[in-house]
Design a binder for this molecule. Structure first.
Ligand code: CA
Length: 388
């Protein structure tokens, strides 16, 4: 922009003003689109058998293994499976966590930690994969995902980018996420806070800005898959059935060092008493009872299920639900124009004043084509070891 004394001020030019307003309108529209997109993604491939229900007093037959491993897969731990109370009836529960109900899952291997930047880099180096955030959206994609009547964005605004969290400079109302989420051109997994940031020193941090589509692509390349919500929650509880947190019943404090959460006042004052302002290297906090790190906090983790706020309410509570792999479609009355996949575990932004969703029963939905700076994933594998 020419700022010489004799130049006409940019915003006094009618054309400049119209262009600026157009860009601002597009960015606001695109932010809304990325958070409430309408997109019917293809049904995910499933590796578990069709869910079934069985009376609680009858034994559940084990599924036949697909194949067997000679040795434990690196970086994974065997989760033996079993029956547990999924969801919760506690007073802190959101509607989508209720009611608690009996679920049985078969055994599976699970990554002990969230997928790291170093691990994702190997995938990209091997495949030249380009994540959703690194590709410029087309006008057709934007319009197909926008509510009816949305004006088309200016072509120059169709650039790659992602949503980045930025703390506010003062206390703000907590019902307006646009105050701390910012559409940032050039932000992606290699540039977590924008083009001027990189992964130096963050090789062992969880990869972020990965969409559900990106996570599925990685999992398929690695010969693994995303966990179902039932598998994720069974694993997160670490054998502590019906407990409030992955570590038991004690509420976390700013200095308890139980998980990477937000310490201070969200979203404007982060005391960093847990040692981390944003993501932490995986494994920085104690594992749960199954040896899994960061099942609470650090980053949200994609699951394979469609997100349905009312999925649990439709179950027959007199029976055990076996290996549920989620509803057949996304459903959320609070976001009717959105198609969402499930996320679990909360993130470094969780704080009881705003988001207590780092509890193992807590759920969240995200559009499958959206990466963001506090969402990552880990994988599972349904393959037992060969017997003796
Ligand atoms: Ca996590």
């Amino acid at each position: 922009m020419d700022r010489s004394p004799n130049s006409k001020p940019f915003f006094k030019s009618t054309l400049g003003l119209m262009l600026a307003l157009g860009v601002i309108a597009f960015l606001l529209s695109y932010l809304a689109t990325k958070l409430t997109t309408i997109r019917v993604a293809e049904t995910a491939s499933r590796t578990l058998e069709t869910p079934q229900s069985t009376p609680m007093d009858k034994p559940v037959p084990a599924a036949a293994p697909l194949r067997e491993l000679d040795a434990p897969p690196a970086g994974m731990v065997w989760i033996a499976g079993g029956e547990f109370w999924m969801g919760t009836d506690s007073k802190e529960a959101w509607p989508d966590e209720q009611p608690a109900h009996r679920v049985r899952v078969n055994g599976f291997w699970m990554d002990t930690h969230e997928l790291t930047n170093a691990e994702f880099r190997k995938f990209v180096a091997s495949t030249n994969f380009q994540t959703t955030a690194e590709r410029a959206p087309t006008l057709e994609e934007i319009m197909a995902q926008s509510p009816p009547g949305t004006p088309p964005p200016p072509p120059e605004s169709l650039v790659p980018g992602s949503l980045v969290f930025r703390p506010t400079d003062r206390e703000v109302p907590l019902n307006d996420f646009s105050l701390w989420w910012h559409w940032t051109p050039g932000a992606n997994w290699q540039h977590p806070e924008g083009p001027k940031t990189d992964l130096a020193g963050r090789e062992s941090h969880p990869v972020v800005h990965v969409s559900w589509d990106d996570a599925v692509a990685y999992a398929e390349w690695a010969g693994k898959r995303l966990p179902t919500e039932a598998e994720w929650e069974f694993a997160a509880r670490g054998g502590l059935d019906r407990q409030h947190y992955t570590w038991g019943e004690a509420s976390p404090t700013p200095t308890s060092q139980l998980a990477n959460l937000w310490t201070g006042d969200f979203p404007y004052r982060n005391t960093v008493q847990d040692g981390f302002e944003r993501t932490a290297p995986v494994g920085s906090f104690p594992p749960n009872g199954y040896g899994l790190h960061d099942m609470a906090g650090n980053v949200w983790e994609w699951c394979s299920d469609w997100y349905d706020r009312d999925a649990y309410k439709r179950l027959n509570r007199e029976k055990v639900t076996v290996n549920p792999d989620g509803p057949s479609a996304s459903h959320d009355p609070l976001r009717p124009f959105t198609t969402q996949r499930s996320q679990r575990g909360g993130s470094f932004l969780c704080n009881d004043s705003y988001c207590s969703r780092y509890r193992p029963s807590a759920r969240h939905g995200g559009t499958p084509d959206t990466g963001i700076s506090h969402v990552g994933f880990r994988c599972v594998l349904s393959t037992p070891l060969k017997g003796p």
